[in-house]
Design a protein around this ligand. Structure first.
Ligand code: FES
Length: 163
């Protein structure tokens, strides 16, 4: 019999992916980040748009695209909602459990799914400019095909503007 807390998590995750928030590429994004989990082959890309509030740079909105499991999609959906209004420093301090919001703490075997979202967020916060001005930038599908092989950790992928 499975752990009831895991069942609750799975129910909430199912509800989140039934109607995910902020899904899709953001045309006017200020930065973009991509992360890949090489062990499972999942990838996630996050776009951020910043604004100024009380003299501070804060996240106005966030969106994501994913070739990932349902948990990664559910966490990204929650995360892109709770990132709104966060300063860069606040966003950098969010853990995968923070990012999972109302889903609750991630079950041990789903922690790397949250780390995938965290990796894409951190990559975007590193200031990678959004590639909309560079049509030759790889799509998430192209990045998936080009993903590095041979390691099992979450690795943020740099946008290659020379590609
Ligand atoms: Fe790979 Fe969830 S199983 S990100």
């Amino acid at each position: 019999m499975s752990d009831p807390s895991t069942q609750n998590f799975e129910t909430r995750a199912r509800e989140a992916i039934a109607n995910p928030s902020n899904l899709g590429e953001m045309e006017d994004a200020d930065s973009v980040g991509t992360a890949g989990a090489v062990d499972c082959g999942d990838m996630l890309r996050m776009w951020l748009k910043f604004t100024e509030k009380d003299g501070q740079k804060v996240i106005d909105r966030a969106s994501f695209q994913s070739f990932g499991c349902q948990t990664a999609i559910a966490v990204a959906s929650m995360a892109t909602e709770l990132l709104k209004g966060k300063t860069i420093e606040e966003a950098q301090n969010l853990t995968p459990d923070d990012l999972s919001g109302d889903l609750g703490p991630l079950p041990p075997m789903k922690i790397h799914c949250g780390q995938l979202v965290e990796g894409a967020l951190r990559n975007a916060l590193d200031g990678t400019p959004a590639p909309q001005s560079n049509p030759s930038s790889p799509t998430l599908a192209q990045s998936l095909n080009d993903k590095p092989k041979g390691t099992i950790k979450i690795v943020p992928l740099e946008e290659d503007s020379n590609n």
